[in-house]
Design a protein. Sequence first.
Length: 197
Amino acid sequence: MACTVSGCSSRLGVFTENNENVSFHRFPADVDLKKSWVKNVRKGDETKPTQYTRICSLHFDKSCFREGYGRKTLHSYAVPTIFPNQPLSRRPKLPTKRKLVPKYGETSAARKDEQRLHGSLPKMDRTTQTKNIGETAIDTKLRKATRLVEHYKLIATRRGTKLKNLQRKFSRLTKKNTDLVNIIQALNEKHTEYSRL
């Protein structure tokens, strides 16, 4: 078993630098989540993942894994975002700046105007180059936060329902206890009356 990420040499049985066993994870069944995986791994339509395609644990942030499990298990919203060995051929290409070649008879003023026009265009730098990757990471964190909020809302709703049921049960038991106390008092009074006879 091997990792499908280009440039990654992870294989089954390989350990990390921290002597941790590398785990392998198949692409999710959820269509939208699978698209996020494919987009981050930069696999084209011609290389659609199959049931045998795997991504190793080195490409996931620590927060993507569930705690308390014997083996590495991903959260349902986990998306691979770490690709340190990604080859340059798969990175977004920067547009090359075209050199201005002055034409015969072109005046110096005209050349300066053209150069000024091209100079005013925004230049792409490393920040622009990594913008898409950064946006993907932000989207992933937002989805994760949204799902956590929904998860805790569901837990709160269930606990609220359980609390109401317990309150009703407590109210019934309190009433029953009061009734039993009244019955005992009535029996004691009757016993006292019979004792006087």
